[in-house]
Write a protein that binds this ligand. Structure first.
Ligand SMILES: Nc1ncnc2c1ncn2[C@@H]1O[C@H](COP(=O)(O)OP(=O)(O)OP(=O)(O)O)[C@@H](O)[C@H]1O
Ligand SMILES: [Mg+2]
Length: 456
């Protein structure tokens, strides 16, 4: 009775260990990132299970010797694998359990290494390392599943006891080896898919990058063209802006010449006139510098940008046009506008577009409504401070349902309008991580605002 119970307990214990081994191997099947990692883990788990002294997995090579090449191993006496040769061919080294299992696709067991003649080529080395019996089970899939064609190998286990591998052990390890083979196949196809996916993704992202670059380039070109066009429209007024200081310079210079002709020149007046010449010269030069900046094809790299300066640069360019249409310009500017990161020329262009639109919307309205207010404010939002610049007019106005359409490319209600001003402005502002929007005023006109986050 006691003996029977002991035998039962021993077999229960064995089953328990095998179950644990199986669970651990199954976990590995899901977790392994590479085939090598998977095979190595399986060998280690089997040795740790306590039933075997050495576990190794060999893959069958198609070389002349038909080598069974060890690809993973764990346990004691690992140098054994360096000493011995194993083959799956017909020669002597192919007559051991690994060779037979690989050739026949069935498990092959050596119950006693000391006596089994098939094991003679490896006997000495095996006994020296304490191996008494061994089993080799085929590592193959049935070839029906995807990617299975390539897999041919064996799982080889060595025990310190003779007759260690009974029917139930053979069944257990055969099943396990089959699972390993499926796991390897699954991993290979997963890796292949990942690779294919990776290549496609890389290709797609390279194409997207090219398309984005082209789009960016096209947008810059268009921005440049429309900038030049807008300036062209303003040219007459701007010329006036430059002619004024030039005329003053000529008048002052003539006065100086006149004074210097006198016997005792009035040097104070000369000095005063020359100072005025310098001032007017600077004024004209400034206008030219601003225009030249706006005409430049290449945009400046994004850098710290003071919107107060952007406003200061643009207003003188539209002021003559405002005067021409009898418009009054008011400003309400925040003194502490945060610095933003951006391209100064592009931001000038946005403001210029808004101002030109405001002038155009106010041309036909009664004189008392021909007013324009440029304001700047600081807004405190969850993500920090934002600089907001607005252009308010009291012109023809916009109807709320149509507001969104104004920003569409080629949407224009003007006879000669291209309908690109607002669309380009919005893409510029969005490229600056900001927002550009319009609202209808309560009484008359519209207000266009853009907001840009503080530079960090
Ligand atoms: N301040 C404004 N008040 C009323 N309507 C406006 C105002 N600004 C723009 N709009 C409307 O939005 C349309 C689109 O403006 P946008 O600047 O994009 O093009 P555009 O001025 O017509 O032509 P351009 O490309 O020469 O600027 C205008 O045609 C006009 O109908
Ligand atoms: Mg416009």
């Amino acid at each position: 009775m006691q003996e029977q119970r002991d035998a039962h307990e021993a077999s229960l214990d064995r089953l328990h260990r095998r179950l644990r081994t199986l669970c651990q191997c199954t976990m590995t099947f899901f977790q392994a990132e590479s085939e090598q990692e998977l095979l190595q883990s399986v060998c280690e788990i089997l040795v740790a299970g306590g039933e075997v002294r050495l576990a190794w997995i060999g893959y069958c090579e198609d070389d002349a010797e038909k080598t069974v090449r060890p690809v993973a191993q764990a346990g004691s006496g690992l140098d054994y694998l360096e000493r011995v040769e194993t083959s799956w061919g017909e020669r002597e080294t192919g007559q051991g359990p690994a060779g037979i299992a690989a050739r026949t696709g069935k498990a092959c067991c050596v119950d006693d290494i000391r006596t089994d003649p098939r094991f003679s080529p490896w006997r000495v080395a095996a006994l020296a390392r304490g191996y008494a019996s061994c089993i080799a089970v085929p590592l193959m899939t049935d070839g029906k599943s995807r990617g299975a064609v390539d897999l041919r190998g064996t799982l080889n286990l060595y025990s310190a006891e003779c007759n260690a591998f009974d029917e139930s052990a053979i069944e257990h390890y055969t099943g396990l080896a089959m699972s390993v083979a499926y796991a390897v196949t699954a991993l290979r196809s997963r890796l292949a898919e990942d690779l294919a996916y990776g290549v496609t993704a890389v290709r797609a992202s390279a194409e997207r990058k090219r398309a984005e670059d082209a789009l960016h380039q096209a947008r810059e070109e268009l921005a440049h063209v429309t900038r030049v066009t807008t300036l062209g429209e303003l040219a007459a007024s701007i010329a006036h802006e430059i002619n004024q200081p030039l005329a003053a310079i000529i008048a002052d210079a003539n006065a100086c010449l006149h004074w210097l002709e006198a016997d005792r020149p009035d040097l104070d007046s000369v000095r005063e006139a020359l100072a005025a010449v310098v001032k007017d010269g600077d004024r004209a030069a400034e206008v030219i510098t601003r225009i030249r900046g706006l005409l430049a094809r290449a945009s400046v790299a994004h850098g710290p940008c003071d919107l107060a300066r952007v406003i200061g640069d643009v207003l003188p360019l539209v002021r003559p046009e405002l005067e021409r249409h009898g418009m009054i310009l008011k400003t309400s500017l925040a003194p502490d506008l945060p610095l933003v990161r951006g391209d100064r020329i592009q931001l000038q262009q946005v403001l210029l577009n808004l101002l030109v639109n405001a002038v155009e919307a106010s041309r036909e309205v009664p004189p008392e409504r021909r007013q324009l207010i440029v304001h700047s404010t600081v807004e405190y939002r969850d993500d920090g401070r934002w600089a907001v610049v607005g252009v308010e007019d009291f012109g023809v106005g916009v109807r709320e349902p149509e507001v969104a359409r104004l920003f569409e490319a080629f949407y224009s209600t003007k006879p000669g309008g291209l309908g690109m001003g607002l669309s380009i402005s919005r893409s510029i502002i969005e490229a600056h991580r900001g927002r550009l929007w319009a609202t209808a005023n309560v009484n008359h006109g519209a207000t266009f605002r853009f907001a840009l986050p503080e530079m960090r």
